[in-house]
Design a protein around this ligand. Structure first.
Ligand code: G6P
Length: 498
């Protein structure tokens, strides 16, 4: 279950209904998983009041959930993307807290939970995805105690000092604890969640295991599974730990090896005027991605004369996203002003400083762009994982190309031989760009080889099978609480604001 289906329903310019791959990393990662699985994907088609019957698409069984115009405004654009998204990304933009948005979030989460409860087979496994559906695990457990429920959070989970701003913080944590296994991108995210559980609910959370006391209805329905009468109230154990997500690396490499795609990469470079260096940014147009910081650094390099527009081009793909949310509209204006100024100041008739593209592209074109790029810039201010970084690495079977990677993207925990940057440090970013452009072939190759090993070994198939194995493991059963250990009062991580 995910807010979005793998395909969006669109109307072609000829007025025909059609489908298009949905945006974002969640769909990139889960599409191959679901194509290989004998399950169903429950989600929204991306358009208003789309009351569709279940259907098959590209080997995936699809169960649509309809959202009204009000649902889209209050649950999706409002609570999901103007409250939770900025809050979970370290308040880069200010989150808005509106009770009406929250009420609709609860109602839509209930609708998703009811749909899953209707269609899931006896004892089925339901895997709920991402921040839009955090209340579903508990709702689903209450409706269908026979189910095994997993949850994966694709975006960061913030430190308690930030999370605690949320007026409905306790309900969110309780909602998530309805799952048997809760997955996060980074160990730090899982730690932040466990701390929130201890602070808000006082449950024991040791390592990755959290003891959740059974409520009365659960006790009644589970009685036959509890073997003895014990003085302590029985608990369910919930596992909360990191499962860093990945991509179908092999399919990217297969595309990159295709002669037509390699020819297209060459054509792209020619179209740019055959500069010595092509730098590339690929992002949804989102304020978490640090696009403005990247443009600023590049603009300063041109202004300083450290790089010449005849030699270096930056291609920035910024795919449209959440266009009705005001923060995103403002961001688009800012970025396009910045691009226009830099191009106005530095482009020549034969060379454009920044090729800015406000479109999404098919995967084949993206792979050609990755092959055409000498330097890939991933300068997110905060990012759960950033699969674009992994896509670039997966495509570079020639062991060439330099990845400049923000230390605030989850991918930095894994891709240790990337050129790491703090995107807030514009001087550091400029230096990293210059280092990347000038890096000798032997060093590029050494760094890329190490990253490729990681990405090809830890692909999305491994991610999903590890998560599902954890979900099937017996540690998620009924148990007595571990011997009473109060939370360590001297643990500095327990301080508010940690
Ligand atoms: C991120 C989120 C996904 C989301 C995607 C696209 O990857 O983790 O849950 O689907 O962005 O955003 P959108 O709002 O268009 O679904």
């Amino acid at each position: 279950m995910a807010n979005r289906l793998p395909v969006d329903r669109i109307t072609t310019p000829e007025g025909e209904p059609s489908f298009r791959t949905s945006p974002g990393g969640l769909v990139t990662a889960l599409e191959p998983v679901m194509r290989a699985a004998d399950g169903a994907w429950v989600g929204w088609t991306g358009s208003v009041d789309d009351h569709l019957e279940p259907f098959e698409h590209d080997g995936i069984h699809i169960i649509p959930v309809a959202l009204s115009a009000d649902d889209v405004e209050l649950y999706y654009e409002g609570f999901s993307n103007d409250t939770l998204w900025p809050l979970y990304h370290d308040v880069i933009a200010p989150p808005a807290y509106h009770r009406e948005w929250w009420e609709r979030y609860v109602a839509v989460n209930r609708r998703f939970a009811e749909r899953a409860a209707e269609i899931a087979a006896e004892d089925a496994t339901v895997w709920v995805q991402d921040y839009q559906l955090q209340l579903v695990p508990r709702m689903l457990r209450q409706a269908r105690p026979d189910l095994t429920i997993g949850f994966f959070n694709h975006i960061p989970f913030p430190a308690y000092g930030i999370f605690s701003q949320l007026p409905w913080r306790t309900q969110i944590v309780e909602g998530l604890l309805g799952a048997d296994v809760i997955g996060f991108q980074r160990t730090a995210d899982a730690g932040n969640f466990s701390r929130a559980v201890r602070r808000l609910l006082g449950y024991q959370a040791k390592g990755s295991v959290i003891d959740v006391p059974l409520d009365d209805s659960e006790l009644a329905s589970a009685k036959h599974r509890i073997s003895a009468v014990r003085p302590n109230k029985p608990v369910r154990t919930v596992v909360a730990r990191a499962f860093p997500i990945s991509i179908d690396a092999e399919s990217y490499e297969d595309l990159a090896r295709r002669p037509d795609i390699q020819a297209r990469a060459k054509e792209i470079r020619e179209g740019l005027g055959n500069p010595d260096v092509v730098m590339l940014g690929v992002d949804r147009l989102d304020y978490t991605k640090g696009i403005g910081h990247r443009l600023k650094a590049f603009g300063e390099l041109l202004a300083d004369g450290a790089v010449d527009v005849e030699d270096v081009t930056l291609v920035q793909v910024a795919s449209p996203s959440r266009e009705r949310v005001r923060t995103y509209q403002r961001l688009r204006d800012e970025i396009e002003l910045q691009v226009g100024r830099i191009n106005g100041d530095y482009s020549t008739l034969s060379h454009t400083a920044i090729s800015y593209l406000h479109h999404g592209y098919p995967r084949e074109e993206m792979v050609a762009l990755y092959l055409a790029a000498d330097v890939m810039l991933v300068t997110a201010l905060r990012d759960g994982m950033n699969l674009v970084a992994k896509e670039y690495v997966a495509c570079r079977f020639d062991n060439d190309g330099v990845l400049v990677l923000s230390e605030f993207a989850g991918a930095a925990d894994e891709l240790k031989t990337a050129l790491r940057v703090n995107p807030h440090d514009i001087e550091g970013l400029k230096e990293a760009m210059l280092t990347a452009m000038r890096m000798p072939r032997a060093e590029r190759s050494r760094r890329m080889r190490a990253m490729r090993k990681r990405v090809t070994e830890n692909d999305v198939e491994r991610w999903s099978s590890e998560f599902l194995a954890a979900l099937a493991a017996p540690s998620t059963s009924l148990a007595l609480p571990a011997a009473n250990e109060a939370t360590d009062p001297t643990d500095p991580s327990e301080e508010a604001g940690s």
